[in-house]
Ligand binder design. Structure first.
Ligand code: ATP
Ligand code: MG
Length: 254
């Protein structure tokens, strides 16, 4: 996956907002890319460009060497704000991707059921999204994206509405899924700790116009399964990297 000199400008004249300024960024298949940066710095815009929702004003984005020309089932998206189908049950939402692909009923039920269990929503499978809490809706959006088995998963603050305990559990689940699937992940978060814990690489963006101001390899993504989340997060090397990333963000804001 590669961004080459990607800029995005919204609006015209005095209302112009430059959301991204010549962003260049390349990652191999199977990377787990965490993106952090202050509110309004262009993180969602970056994700929308890769998803194919937003055309760059200039520059190009390629996946597997091919320039992207719109959305595709190879790139699953979990939006910052839930985009569930309110007229479908929880199970219906989770089975949506496989259904669009024309998967058999049996396969659809298996896939949806598996991911609903993983995110802890199996008991709510016959409910509707409005009957779920905000955090539960977010977990459903994650299950729905994963049920589609995308080669690349783009997640925009997916754990923002979760309580601390559920959030940590979901971090562990996501890491396990990523490790076993070979999927490439782009993960936006406001939590520096989460970014450092999950990512193989942490990308730091500056306030408007959004630029990449830092990129840190993080070794901890491979660690959690064997050493345990709490041990990793309190590790001295972990805390040092977390502070380094946070320092860069604060520096940019000053
Ligand atoms: N469709 C749009 N039309 C006009 N301006 C937009 C549009 N989308 C985003 N912007 C502007 O682009 C800038 C970057 O927005 P973006 O949503 O990418 O930020 P973000 O880093 O995701 O912020 P947050 O952390 O708050 O979600 C902002 O100034 C925003 O106002
Ligand atoms: Mg955003």
């Amino acid at each position: 996956m590669a961004f080459t000199d990607v800029s995005v400008t919204f609006g015209q004249g005095k209302d112009t907002v430059q959301a991204l300024d010549r962003v260049s960024l390349g990652f191999g298949r199977g990377s787990f890319i965490s993106v952090v940066g202050p509110s309004g710095c262009g993180k969602t815009t970056l994700l929308h460009v890769l998803a194919g929702f937003q055309k760059p004003s200039s520059g190009r984005v390629t996946v597997g060497g091919t320039e992207i020309r719109g959305t595709g089932a190879d790139r699953g998206v979990v939006f910052q704000q839930g985009a569930l189908f309110p007229w479908m049950t929880v199970a219906g939402n989770a089975a949506f991707g496989p259904r669009m692909r024309g998967a058999s009923r049996r396969e659809r039920e298996e896939r949806a059921g598996h991911w609903l269990r993983v995110v802890g929503l199996w008991d709510f499978r016959d409910r509707y999204p409005y009957e779920l809490s905000g955090g539960m809706q977010q977990r459903l959006a994650i299950a729905r994206a994963l049920a589609n088995d995308p080669a690349m998963l783009l997640m925009d603050e997916p754990f923002g509405a979760l309580d601390a305990l559920t959030r940590e559990r979901m971090q562990e689940e996501l890491q396990a899924v990523w490790r076993s699937s070979g999927m490439t992940l782009l993960f936006i978060t406001h939590s520096v700790e989460e970014a450092v814990f999950l990512g193989t690489d942490v990308v730091v963006m500056s306030p408007r116009p959004g630029r990449i101001v830092g990129r840190f390899p993080s070794p901890f993504a491979q660690d959690a399964a064997t050493r345990g989340t709490r041990t990793v997060k309190s590790d001295q090397a972990f805390v040092a990297l977390r502070e380094q990333v946070l320092g860069l963000i604060l520096e940019g804001a000053a």
